[in-house]
Design a protein around this ligand. Structure first.
Ligand code: UDX
Length: 459
């Protein structure tokens, strides 16, 4: 009891989306293990129901009153704008209550960079605030210069129709961005969910107006040392690369039920023989793309584990559009689930490759298990990650342009059975070892967390 009252408290504010909740909960666990009391302030939407692993962590609700239709119909960027307007007052009330109730002092508020209302509320109570980026340091750096590129009109806008996205961007957009090698203009984190203007407004609020004292990024310096030094110089506040967080503090963080039966299926497969296909929690596909993927997988002759989320194809129930013939192929050498225990799948010896949309969590989880990737980014920071996987870490093959069966077959065979794929696997394993070292005692992420903790305890 005595020890509890002596603990300092940190309040965390995640974006209510799977790819943001998971790393924030892993950060919560890491800080709790370092002796802090933790409060997580969540919205009612996409509420993360904590398992027994989180019994020592307090969860409170930010009483937002957005209509259900907003959550169903708005894209993530528009929803983010609304949440920031809607939550500021209720979070202020929430923070006020916590300050009254808690016997232990609140040391700081750590907020997902896109929940910037939390920073304004913390300021009202004179509490230091800390930005937490769930994307890569490179994507963070890209967002910091977005306004300059936006003004020069060189970014490739993504229309909200899928066809437009896969059509070839013209002219300068293929060129490399100075200072950001090897990123091309078209790799910049432009979301396909909103207009460039709307994205610019969000980035202005997260980049230009911030007054936070520190930044934590879910990354490791062995992955992005140049981008981290660049940020350290430009931001003029300390940047702490503390990641990959899923390797620092593991805990179940899935919003959806994981279908564990796929692990039994994997147990029956040979080492490195299965390609795992999963596109995170938000990416979408057209029916024609799913069909081309299915046909490409068929002719590749590889075994596959495929996550097809209900709603992956807008307007569909699940996989009713797949032809009867494909059921036979699945029964011979495939397995399809609605949601998988992704980290366990990637850690399974049977998995030799990962076809991914390259969300940052998926990227870190794959590298963390030494699994090379086929990169098919859908939106935002995923394009940055895909480019790094292919050109910097050299453990990925990017599939660009229209998705058709021959390209699918070629990419799968290149990764799974060619010598080039074998070389990528070796590089991925060596990168995995470097990541493991960085989270161990004396490693860079481990030290970075300790420095941050020391600062918070002595502030
Ligand atoms: C989004 C962005 O794409 C990402 O780049 C950003 O950093 C956070 O928000 P999302 O698209 O969902 O996230 O992708 P990703 O970052 O890869 O996160 C998906 C998470 O869901 C991963 O942790 C993955 O393990 C998990 N997942 C996915 C499952 O547990 N099971 C599945 O079947 C699929």
């Amino acid at each position: 009891m005595e020890e509890k009252t002596a603990r300092r408290r940190i309040v965390l504010v995640p974006v209510p989306a799977q790819g943001h909740i998971s790393p924030m909960m892993q950060l919560a666990k890491s800080l709790h293990l370092k002796g802090f009391s933790i409060t997580v302030a969540q919205t009612k939407f996409n509420y993360f129901t904590p398992s027994d692993d989180f019994t020592d962590i307090q969860f409170v609700t930010i009483q937002e009153t957005l209509p259900e239709s907003d959550f169903k119909n708005l894209g993530p960027i528009e929803l983010q704008h609304k949440l920031n307007k809607e939550c500021q007052e209720s979070f202020k009330d929430c923070l006020g209550q916590l300050l009254l109730q808690q016997s232990n002092k609140i040391t700081c508020v750590i907020y997902d960079e896109f929940m910037y209302f939390a920073e304004a509320a913390a300021k009202e109570f004179n509490l230091p605030s800390v930005i937490f980026s769930t994307t890569s340091a490179t994507a963070f750096a890209c967002r910091s210069v977005f306004d300059k590129l936006y003004a020069n009109n060189v970014l490739a806008p993504l229309n909200d129709t899928l066809e437009y996205y896969f059509s070839e961007p013209e002219g300068q957009k293929e060129e490399l961005v100075p200072e950001f090698h090897p990123l091309r203009y078209k790799d910049f984190p432009v979301s396909r969910w909103a207009s460039l203007e709307s994205i610019m407004e969000l980035y202005r609020n997260t980049v230009d107006k911030r007054t936070a004292s520190f930044v934590i990024i879910n990354t490791a310096s062995c992955l992005e040392s140049l981008s981290l030094s660049w940020l350290q110089q430009k931001l003029e506040i300390p940047v702490y690369p503390i990641g990959p967080l899923h390797m620092m503090a593991s805990a179940p963080t899935s919003l959806l039920e994981e279908n564990m039966s796929c692990i039994e299926w994997l147990n029956k497969q040979k080492k490195d023989s299965v390609i795992f296909i999963s596109l995170g929690s938000l990416a979408l596909m057209e029916i024609s793309e799913v069909m081309e993927t299915a046909l490409g997988l068929d002719s590749s002759n590889q075994h596959f584990l495929w996550v097809i989320r209900p709603g992956l194809v807008p307007g569909s129930e699940w996989i009713e559009y797949l032809p009867e013939k494909f059921s036979k192929i699945v029964s011979e050498r495939g397995y399809i689930v609605k949601w998988a225990p992704q980290k366990e799948v990637l850690a399974h010896p049977a998995v030799g490759g990962f076809w991914s949309h390259c969300g940052w969590n998926s990227t870190l989880e794959s590298i963390g298990e030494g699994v090379p990737m086929i990169c098919r980014p859908f939106s935002g920071d995923q394009k940055v990650n895909a480019r790094y996987l292919e050109c910097v870490w050299k453990i990925g093959i990017q599939v660009e342009g229209e998705l058709e069966r021959e390209a699918v077959k070629r990419a799968v065979k290149r990764l799974m059975v060619s010598q080039e794929g074998g070389e990528m696997r070796k590089r991925a394993v060596s990168l995995r070892e470097r990541l493991r070292s960085s989270v161990r005692e004396g490693g860079s992420s481990h030290n970075s967390l300790d420095e941050f903790v020391h600062l918070m305890k002595t502030m």
